[in-house]
Ligand binder design. Structure first.
Ligand code: FAD
Ligand code: UDP
Length: 383
């Protein structure tokens, strides 16, 4: 059979490999000049530093199958994400932990005292938080919310936290010990040769033909089935409207030596126009001292326009209504499956992206073995 995979990111690569290993011909198209999707990494020609071109990517998971899968394609070096944050003129540590609490409030509390201290500040009247703001007030109270979350979130999403879902904040832990690991997963790492090399290795199977600089819309030829990992609204030519995304502008800074002395510095105050600065040699600690220069990026978040790269799906009520309509249209299509971050319009971390692509691969393999090749339009419910 002959398949087309639209998008050479993680989703597309995992699916393409499964199809090719089934003995089929797979054309993978990506409109970018490189593979890797938003995980793409490349060495900066001026400094030699491995740069995460679409924003920093740290791999973290508790899924054994996913962790086993990715490590077949690259050497993942241990990496722990420890984030610093500038708020109200001082530097703190995130996620909020005992050090943050003690330093912010000028205290020397132990774990139990800190728990009681924050509980007294938290808004106990909120039982079921309906918004980001309610979630934050219930979790940490007004001072920490005002210092670390309100300004940053307004900049990141361009919307008042009162109008955002509580689920966005639930991604972050609150700890009453000195553990400042940003993630709570069992495994965490960054591939030694970068993510693009990992994705190249996933695609390195007979039967896969990768076409870069190739838009799906300009592709000719027929396929038995298409796996579409681009934006679902774009597949339909934005016929009934555009799903809202946030995009990012990156301002490049190159200097001698060190710039900020750490990988990620968030800027939580609203009067600072950027959300964070990332210093990329700190994402490769094993080679960090080999470089005389450093490269950083200031990140600015804004509404995604027609010609911008869609980064974060906004998914507010109106978007969900529009998404439902696109889902119904997609279900009418023949021989197409939608997957990945853009194909299902969801914020997916890399490990979830791989897990879903492996789940789809299981279904593809079962379909190869059955008498009739048939696949669902969605492998997971996009709602
Ligand atoms: P993508 O990587 O977006 O790939 C889709 C590809 O399809 C793109 O290359 C695009 O060019 C191509 N395409 C789209 N439409 C067409 C078309 N019509 N024709 C041809 N090509 C097309 N996850 C983590 O686990 N850890 C992190 O630290 C992390 N940090 C992140 C930071 C930022 C700023 C962002 C935005 C995301 C981050 N993620 C992180 C999430 C991670 O980027 C995604 O999980 C992953 O990229 C999803 O892969 P994908 O293949 O579904 O989509
Ligand atoms: N957030 C914040 N202040 C910070 C870091 C995060 O207010 O210093 C909020 C912000 O709304 C963000 C959400 O918490 O979108 C989730 O944080 P995470 O680091 O997971 O953001 P992402 O990886 O989505 O950029």
């Amino acid at each position: 059979m002959r398949f087309c995979v639209v998008g050479a990111g993680l989703s597309g690569a995992v699916i393409a490999r499964t199809l090719a290993q089934g003995g089929h011909h797979v054309v993978v198209v990506d409109e970018r000049p490189h593979i890797g999707g938003n995980c793409h990494t490349e060495r900066d020609p001026e400094t030699g530093i491995m740069v995460h071109c679409y924003g920093p990517h740290i791999f973290h998971t508790s899924d054994e199958r996913v962790w086993h899968y990715v490590r077949r394609f690259g050497n993942f070096r241990p990496y722990t994400n420890r984030v610093k944050a500038v708020a109200q003129g001082r530097v703190h540590v995130l996620p909020v932990n005992l050090l943050t609490i003690n330093q912010f409030f000028g205290k020397t509390l132990g774990p139990r005292e800190a728990r009681a201290f924050i509980a007294a500040k938290a808004d106990q009247s909120i039982i079921q938080p309906r918004s980001f703001e309610e979630q934050a007030l219930k979790m940490v109270g007004p001072e920490l919310y005002g210092a670390f979350f309100r300004g940053y979130t307004r900049k990141q999403w361009g919307i008042d936290p009162k109008a955002l879902p509580a689920s966005i904040l639930k991604r972050l832990p609150l700890r009453f010990n000195y553990d400042d690991n940003y993630f709570s997963h069992s495994y965490q790492g960054i591939p030694e040769e970068g993510y693009t090399a990992v994705i190249q290795n996933i695609l390195n199977v007979d039967g896969i033909e990768v076409r870069r600089n190739c838009r799906f819309e300009s592709l000719t030829g027929t396929f038995d089935h298409i796996f579409y990992t681009g934006p679902i609204d774009r597949y339909f030519g934005f016929r009934i409207g555009r799903l809202a995304y946030r995009t990012l502008d990156f301002e490049r800074i190159v200097t001698d030596g060190d710039f900020q002395g750490t990988a990620v510095m968030n800027y939580c105050d609203e009067d600072v126009p950027y959300t964070r600065i990332t210093e990329h040699k700190y994402f490769s600690p094993w080679e960090k001292d080999n470089f005389s220069k450093t490269i950083c990026f200031r990140e600015y978040s804004r509404a995604c326009g027609e010609n911008d790269i869609p980064y974060y799906p906004v998914r507010l009520v109106n978007d969900r209504i529009l998404l439902d309509k696109y889902i119904s249209m997609a279900r009418e299509e023949k021989n197409v499956s939608f997957l990945g971050r853009l194909g299902t319009y969801r914020y997916l971390d890399m490990d979830v992206t791989i897990r879903e692509a492996l789940h789809a691969s299981d279904m593809i393999e079962r379909s190869f073995q059955s008498t009739r090749f048939s696949l669902p339009v969605f492998f997971v419910d996009p709602n």
